[in-house]
Structures are given as structure tokens and as C-alpha cells.
Design a protein around this ligand. Sequence first.
Ligand SMILES: [Ca+2]
Ligand SMILES: [Ca+2]
Ligand SMILES: [Ca+2]
Length: 428
Amino acid sequence: MKPLVFMCLCSAVFSAAAYAIDYTVEFGQTDTISAGVTLSGWGQAEPGGGAEGRAVGNYGGFGTTTDNYVAPTTATSDYECRMVWGHSTSGDTTDYADVTFPLAIHSVTLRHLNGDSNDSFNVYVGDGSDEGWVLWDSYDALAATKTYGEQWFETTFTGAPGTVLRIDCTAAAGSYWSDYGQLAIDRLSATASCPFRYAVEFADTDTLSPGVTLGDDWGQAEPSTSGGNYGGFGYDPEEDQYEAPASATDDYQCRMVWGSEATGDDNQATVYFPLAINSVTIRHLNGYSDDSFEVFAGDGSEEGWVSWGSYDAAAAAKTWNEQWFETTFTGTPGTALRIVCTGEQGPVYWSTYGQLAIDRLWACAPTCPYTLLGDLNCDCRVDLNDLALLSRNWLINCAADPTNPACVDCVLDPSNPACCGCEKCGDD
Ligand SMILES: [Ca+2]
Ligand SMILES: [Ca+2]
Ligand SMILES: [Ca+2]
């Protein structure tokens, strides 16, 4: 039986990783931030100051471009960080800093310094409202085993999904606070929650997740209808022109937006979903014609369309003339998705081949439609992340120790998001 169990675990891990949407923030004198992610409340960049020109210190070796860390923490790339509860000449006493993501995240890994002051902190997520904060976990700096006096650690936190991450210093200001600030963060990486995923594989015979339907505005299937070379599809199934992070096709078949058949002769194509979706990853061809497009979501009515963003085919760096890309769009949730071609109709090939080829798409619904006992982080599956949440509270007894921060009193505080399980408080 052992090999069977092993294969099941592999499969679960692979599918979760394949559809994750990751965000990163590299803190430094110039922060490097994933698209759509914003920062607020962050202190100065160190070492070397930033706006207030602080003195150069030794942030776990950063000052001398060495890096005090112990595996499994990985080394920094830039020897720069930013402060939570930074030093401020204006006497700022805000001891937390926030990161806002386009989609709700369900885990984050922080690379943080455990230095000379007490660098303990809490990690919360919320929806941006003052009431909505849920504690994911606490970092106890005094309990950490350190090899260096100032040492970098990577710590992963996970919990119920939220769009705003708050890192909140929990100890008193250190003796060096007025010079250097309190808690240094080198970088973070976060993973968006995709609790429920729909898949559409376009082909001669489309494969749709249960309940998903296509509008009659889709064009023909290719290359079967017209022949041609759709980014390698037509002449050699082994020659699929794509670059990481796009992955190879399953079927070497696609369908057209703005196709050349009568049923697809307008410049749009629509997909309908049973649940509202908040993100979609589209595998699309950037070919000879102008394959620019815009993505909208709505409720299916003609008035309800909201733009999620656009793809500029001319701005894309291509290695091949016809190349497959995977592009992710996010926005206001809706049950209908529409892809609209925005380039000029291809002057030569459109009448034969159509305009924009789509191989497949995946869409995420922000809520799991199922109730699953043991799914503590509400991502529609029971796995090691849920076990980590269980372990965190192992042997806590709220009857004996009601003041434990993990014990939320849902009689006194019924609107606390922790009291709503996997449902959002106040929603139907
Ligand atoms: Ca950094
Ligand atoms: Ca396909
Ligand atoms: Ca789970």
C-alpha cells in the first residue's frame, strides 16, 4: 500500500503548486514588489538610511554584505531591509506595517531579523477594515535558538485567507529603537488562495469543469478547421513554443476569439461559471496579428462588465514569432468572463485563421463551495497546512485558560472573523 499513499501525496502537492498565485516583496532602498501589491506603514530602509538618512548599522551582517543566517533560511539577494516600527524623527509610534494583495492570501513566508532588541511580532490578516483582523500566529523572538546575536530567520505563517497582511511588533521599543528602528524585514513571499478552481480546455471537443458553459461567441477550433501553425501546434506536437512559467499544452488544440466562422465573427468570447471567480489564468497565443486583448468580468448582463486589465501583445518580449503565454488577471468577482480582442483585425490571415487563439484557462473562486471537516484554512482541501494550524493550538484549553489569545469568545465578539468559519461574517 505504501507506493499508493506516496503517489496520492505527490499528486496533491503538484496540483496545489501548479495553480498557486505567488506574490513577492523584496524590501530595500528601492522595494521590488509584485504587480498589484501595495505597502503601507513601513519604516525606513536599512542599512544606510532611506529618506531620513539613518546611520549605517549591522543588520544581521547586511552592513558588511555578509549575512548571518542558518539553513533552511536562504541568503539575501540585496543586503537591504525595511523596518516595522521604524525610527522616525516625527515620533511615529505606529508599531505595525501592512501589505495589501490583489487576491486573498493563505500563507506568507517572512525573512526577518531576530536582533538585539526583542523582535517578537504577531501576524494578522484582514479585509482592510478595522474590525476584520484575524491572528495567524506569533513569533516569539526570545524563544528562538540563535547562533548569532543578530540572525536572519525565515518563518512561514498560514491561516484563513485575507487580502491585507499586518506585521505587528509586540515587545517594547528596544534601546536602539531611536537610531535603527525595531523589526527588520528583508523580503516576503505570499501565496494566494485558490480554494476552488475551474478549468476550461479548448479543443475540437472542449473540456469544461462541471457547470461551466461557453457563450456562442467563441470561434472555431484550430488547427483542425484551417490547418496552420498555432505556435507549433500545427506541424509538430513536440514543438510547442512557450517559455517558463507557461507550461506545455495537453492537446495541441485551441479555439479562437474573433474567429473566422459565422458563430465567432465578433471580437469577443465569453465563459460562464457557477460561482463568482476572482482570477483567471489564460494560456493564449501571441502570433503574427495584433493579439492584444482585454479581460472583463460581470454578472452576464450587458451592463455589468468590469475590466480586469489588458494584454499588450506588442509590448511582450517574444523568443518566437508565434509564442504561447500564460497571463493572470484579477479583479472584482463575477460569474461571467469575457475576452475582447483590442488589436486591429489581422489584414492577411484573419479570414482563414481568425485572430486570438486560446489553448486553455483556469479560474479561481474565492470561496470553497463545500463543507469539509478538518479544512481549517478554508482552501477546500485537508493537507499539511491544516495540520500546522491544528498543531499551533495543540493542548490549548480555553476552559482552563480563557485569556489565551487563541481563544476567541464568539458570544462577546460574534463579528470576529474567526467566529465565521469558512464563511465571511455578514455574508449570506
Ligand atoms: Ca531585501
Ligand atoms: Ca487546448
Ligand atoms: Ca485546508
